[in-house]
Write a protein that binds this ligand. Sequence first.
Ligand code: PNS
Length: 165
Amino acid sequence: MTRIAVFPGSFDPMTNAHLDVARRASDLFDRLVVGVLDNPKKKPLFDVDERVDLIQRCVADLGEHVSVTAFHGLTVEFARMHGAGFIVRGLRAVSDFEAELQMALTNRKLAPEVDTTFLMTALEYGYVSSTLAKEVAQFGGDVSPMLPEPVAAALAERLAEGPRV
Ligand code: PNS
């Protein structure tokens, strides 16, 4: 039986915590599809194609069984579209748990055949979030412990461009 999982998220942008979870999931599943949510209601710093491209560069060494694609709508529909029986989500701290439990139970109600699996991120990335990394970078702090190298470079470039109109 082929075990297929999707790893959905906003990934604006991908952090070392996300990458750590993707790496762990890539060891567990036969196929892993990283799904970048294209949410027209949000104004991300990186558009969906940029986020997909950055993640592709970050996961390139994980193997051919890992792919990256954009999606919109429900995560469970995205999972079904790829024949995935699993949704992967990362947990950094207890504080993540409540929202994640609510999402997992909602997804189970919508699609009982799809199970959510939680992977603990490495201890060293327990504090890392996309939002904080963007804030630290904006004020000139060092984001190299938080972000994969291509992401840190893209973020520096984006912030140097100044505010987008
Ligand atoms: O990286 P994030 O922002 O924590 O990811 C959240 C995400 C994209 C997994 C979640 O918002 C999601 O699944 N959105 C798609 C819409 C959906 O399926 N909603 C119902 C389940 S909560």
